[in-house]
Design a protein around this ligand. Structure first.
Ligand code: MF3
Ligand code: CO
Ligand code: CO
Length: 276
């Protein structure tokens, strides 16, 4: 007997499509001079136009659709009147709820003229996500994933954030298991087919210690070093995960991640950044 291939709830798949389209639209508006509030309005409109509900608005009192985290801000930055400047490194994170199910996805982009050190960090973060996806399969543990991410990131001369982690996601935005971007091979909890998880490396150029802003949301690096973040919601299978919010491959189309694709991505990131 062959086991039936696992499926994500249809609502979550639909929510994933909405999230990818919305995030793609918002990324298209990113340029020097645009305010966080403008991006947030566009994100909310894009989600609602497609029949989704912004997942973060009202979550534990959070007031916006988008988390916009700029430069030393790691996650949970609140979009407001501050405008993006040329050379900024900006993480855009959004969640969609549809028929009771959540998805969560984030991407980091350079604003206008990219700074080489920011691009290197951004690309290493995307490569770390690719490496994480290759570990995210039934039978592997969260420790396998975390160890692979941590060792790649450290090799690149960067550090992983330890205070925030990836997570299961379904009828709740944050469910078990925790999916840390650090760990020990073989430790942690075992992935099983049919599980849906949000995998989200947060990578910093300096100290991974974080500080909380007065707004009680924005998390920044303690030493104000640059930070980058990439996140996808995926379905665990016996093979490569099914990417429910495949936003990171140049914001490409939904599909599964083949080993070669991930390898190519890693190679590319290394090539782009190798000669220093
Ligand atoms: N998107 C965050 C995560 O990746 C959670 C944001 S919760 C909010 O888990 F309230 F800040 F929006
Ligand atoms: Co998340
Ligand atoms: Co998120």
């Amino acid at each position: 007997m062959t086991a039936k291939a696992p499926e994500a709830p249809a609502a979550q798949v639909k929510a994933g499509r909405i999230a990818v389209e919305a995030l793609r639209e918002v990324v298209g508006l990113v340029k020097p001079g645009v305010s966080g509030a403008e991006l947030d309005r566009a994100a909310e409109q894009a989600i609602r136009d497609r029949g989704g509900v912004p997942a973060f608005k009202g979550y534990r009192g959070y007031g916006a659709t988008l988390c916009l985290s700029i430069n030393e801000q790691v996650v949970h930055g609140i979009p407001g009147e501050r405008t993006l400047a040329d050379g900024d490194l900006a993480s855009l994170d959004l969640g969609v709820k549809l028929d009771g199910y959540y998805v969560d996805t984030a991407v980091t982009v350079s604003v206008g003229t990219s700074r080489p050190e920011a691009e290197r960090l951004r690309q290493a973060t995307e490569a770390a996500l690719g490496i994480a996806l290759r570990q995210a399969r039934a039978g592997n543990t969260t420790g396998d994933l975390g160890a692979a991410v941590e060792s790649y990131v450290t090799e690149q001369g960067f550090a992983v954030v330890r205070d925030c982690v990836g997570h299961g996601i379904g009828k709740g935005l944050h469910e078990d298991p925790s999916v840390p971007n650090y760990g020990k091979k073989g430790k942690g909890s075992r992935f099983s087919a049919g599980q849906v998880v949000a995998i989200e490396p947060m990578v910093v150029a300096g100290s991974p210690q974080l500080k909380l802003a007065e707004d009680q949301w924005t998390l920044s690096t303690e030493d104000d070093s640059l930070a980058s973040h990439a996140e996808e919601t995926v379905l665990i299978t016996d093979g490569d995960p099914v990417r429910i919010t495949p936003v990171t491959d140049s914001l490409g189309d939904p599909g599964t991640l083949s080993g070669e694709k991930a390898d190519a991505r890693v190679t590319k990131a290394t090539q782009n950044t190798g000669s220093r």
